[in-house]
Write a protein that binds this ligand. Sequence first.
Ligand code: 5AD
Length: 436
Amino acid sequence: MCYSIPGKVIAVKAGRAILDYFGERREAHTDTEGVEVGDFVLAQGGIVVETVPDDAAGEILSSWQETFEKLKARDIELSTIKPPSEGVSEDIAAIMERTLKGEELTKNDMLRVLGAENKADTELVTFTANTIRQREQGNSACVHGIIEFSNHCTSDCAYCGIGKSNEELTRYRLSIEEIIKSAEEAVKTKGFKALVLQSGEDAYYTTDKLVEIIASIKERVGVMIALSIGERAIDDYKALYEAGARGLLMRFETSNEELYSTLHNSPLKERLDMIDGLKKIGYLIMTGSLFGLPGQSDENIADDILLTREIAPEMFSSGPFIPHPSTRLGKTGMETFTLDKALRVLALTRLVDKKSSILVTTAFEKFFGVEATRRALLSGGNSMMVNLTPYPYSALYSIYPGKGSASELSKRIEYVITLLMELGRSPSDISVRGAK
Ligand code: 5AD
């Protein structure tokens, strides 16, 4: 699946490399020893993951050039199809115009956009977000693979189906060897270059075990490894970084302290301090929130977006809350949260932070249907994840109901790549914040 194309290093400075992709400049972090000007490298999620020999790079680039140009043209074409102005509210049109000129949205603007129920307004908002995505980020897209290696969890978040109090759930753990093998296979046979290793908060995987897993994967294949394993001691996270992990997926879930404390056993500050500490270690942060939680207001959602921007993550990862019947919130929320509203949340995120990758989550598609992903990619989103957890484990990783199915993985990969390419996106994956 890897459509990763090598970039040519045109400068290296202070752990960052400037890369050239057919004349476009991007920036990526590099701690790979010996990356020099003139080298060809593959970068994923904002990190240089490996160097590519000159002749191999030349071959990939010449076979890609035409496609690359075509994709770019397609993206530009799609992002200039302006929706009809008929029915658009005057104030929404004015807000969008100001945004396009580079003015920052006020909180009131954000609230107005979130509440804009009119279809024509939503279309203009999502169109504007797509225009900004295209202008600021070009057509780059990243596709991460995710391996959910354990559904044991010592936490008990009110919304989450794998919380410890769910006694109906069959629990599983992948062995160290299984995790390493799955990761190696994802890279070697499926072409992934960025993997998220995710689990519940499971102390069975001690720091030593995780170090072994990360180091062994890094030894075998060139890949960017991101972790999503919940809260742990900062020193443990330092050791995991040293072993080779570079990305960290940890949502703050909601920026509202009160709401946070009704859902979790610990205060919001703890989570935010942890994210801050992880960023200081050097991890590239992927964070965000849940929207549609019971008791959550539009103002809370606007604050979530503003907080995510403040954290300045590499990637925004927010998604709809999907009630899970075996949890305390089993039957609440989301009845009135429409796809259009979810798209406005995503579009607002793009309007507020122009430089991050924005993930279109699997939950988004699960909840709103298959067409939702396509629309989200045309509303400011530019990144996707593919679940690589082997079945039946994937079905047992039921953070929300209906997650994980037996449907063939290769079909899913093909679907994601075909969709991205049909929309003119180049899965060359290169980040993001540093994009110049
Ligand atoms: N619906 C949607 N997302 C959920 N998560 C957990 N439970 C649910 C749910 N019911 C998300 C949380 C967590 C991530 C791993 O999964 O945001 O951070």
